[in-house]
Design a protein around this ligand. Sequence first.
Ligand code: PXP
Length: 252
Amino acid sequence: MSVSPIRLGINVDHVATLRNARGGILPDPVRAALLAIEAGADGITAHLREDRRHIRDTDMARLKQEISKPLNFEMAVTDEMVGIALATRPHAVCLVPERRMELTTEGGLDVVRQRAALAPAIAKFNEAHIRTSLFISPDPAQIEMAARLKAPVIEIHTGTWCDALAERNGKADAEWERIVEGARLAHSLGLEVHAGHGLDYATAETIAALSQVVELNIGHFLMGEALFVGLAQAIGTMRAAMARGRAKAGQA
Ligand code: PXP
């Protein structure tokens, strides 16, 4: 059985978090994106939050201008963000829920409840040839609705699984099963399957073994590793972990 290659998208939000801690221009998330591509990233993700707590509008515009690989524009489904994304023309948008007080994107998008707001946004992006990815939990009802709304891609939120492993709370196996079943269901419905949130070397290796998953989007862990070993080495180690996992794809 031939298995598609798995791509690595690097999220540069937290380079901007560090920059904004001092309010200046350094470190530059665009420099990190260029270095990440040189080190083997297949694409760059950045999240323009409504509160602009890390990535700024100018970062997104510069990323679009300066990087040679696909830009994945992560955003909440608001009129303002839809407008900015349509004007920026990234390769893809990843639609996520946003709550102002949250530390990070804590859960998946509720596409069942929000279908009326999502449908026109997805239609606009489809028309503009911008691929829409919906960031959702591996829940069958959410996956089925993503397909009904004609989103071409879903990104499975891996945060609950990664947290369960880190906390050893006994829930990791059940969460993993949900991811495996969710990836199968999404693929069978014709959706392209991505995954991300909270991944590290070990969890990226595990999930790379799922043949339906064709892209991982990783940020926080790699930026943390970069402090100690440099971004290029951290990305190289991540790619090696993903390659080991991918070698096991299709063997189960
Ligand atoms: N994918 C999506 C949709 C996200 O919201 C995030 C976090 O910004 C990530 C991937 C990356 O998660 P992490 O920074 O934990 O690797």
